[in-house]
Unconditional design. Structure first.
Length: 234
């Protein structure tokens, strides 16, 4: 039994690349942090997925068909690229590192979108389609968010599960239940509070809130840095 535990723990390391100590690294408190972070990450992504067509129509003056296509491409990219994010986190980087890099890329995307929404000269006048420069800024922001979301989705959930002992299946099942609850909580905030802000206070404020909330999510995730156990890349 001790041999099996040692073999399992050999697959995990701390932030200094030392063998993870089950008494110091991982556990419920580390897993809880990932659930808290997921609430915020889900909120900032889903509030835009739900209502982004409205932004393209009213602010960027794309047609209905163009707006729908852009949202579909954005959402499709964020899900398809999750495969790439999972491959990178499993084969080359730790899931912690993958999340941090992906979160930074996503944050950069929201900063681009917030900056454009806050400056009228970077948006087209009424009844005018975006100029090439305006379209480029929009797509840079949009696809930075998509790439970041893909990496976050690929890394965060499995990183949370990595904090728990593989032998304690009941605990792992409970973690995934709470993780799903976190996703739903983020979706609830996205579809109520954030959509209200988008409709009544403007998209500039909405994007800024997304950037701020995502920044807090990354900071909260980093707080657990000393106690996480990281699975070594294959």
């Amino acid at each position: 039994m001790d041999v099996e535990i040692n073999k399992e723990s050999d697959n995990y390391c701390d932030y200094k690349e030392r063998k993870a100590d089950p008494k110091k690294h991982g556990g419920i408190r580390a897993a809880i942090l990932t659930c808290v972070v997921e609430i915020m990450c889900s909120m900032v992504v889903l509030c835009n997925s739900i209502n982004l067509v409205d932004y393209f129509l009213k602010y960027m003056h794309y047609s209905v068909s163009e707006s729908s296509t852009m949202v579909t491409n954005f959402m499709g990219s964020s899900y398809i690229l999750t495969i790439v994010g999972g491959f990178i986190s499993d084969s080359y980087l730790t899931r912690f590192t993958t999340f941090i890099l992906s979160g930074a890329i996503e944050l950069m995307g929201f900063i681009f979108l917030a900056y454009q929404a806050n400056h009228s000269d970077l948006r087209p006048p009424e009844n005018t389609t975006p100029s090439p420069v305006q379209a480029v800024i929009l797509h840079i922001g949009l696809y930075c968010v998509a790439i970041g979301v893909a990496g976050v989705k690929a890394a965060l959930q499995t990183h949370g599960a990595d904090q728990l002992d593989d032998k304690k299946q009941n605990l792992i099942s409970s973690f995934f239940n709470w993780y799903f609850f976190s996703i739903c909580s983020g979706a609830l905030l996205a579809s109520t509070v954030m959509v209200w802000i988008e409709e009544n206070r403007g998209w500039s404020l909405s994007f800024m809130i997304c950037a701020i909330v995502l920044s807090f999510a990354i900071c909260i995730f980093v707080v657990g840095f000393p106690i996480y156990r990281n699975k070594r890349p294959a």
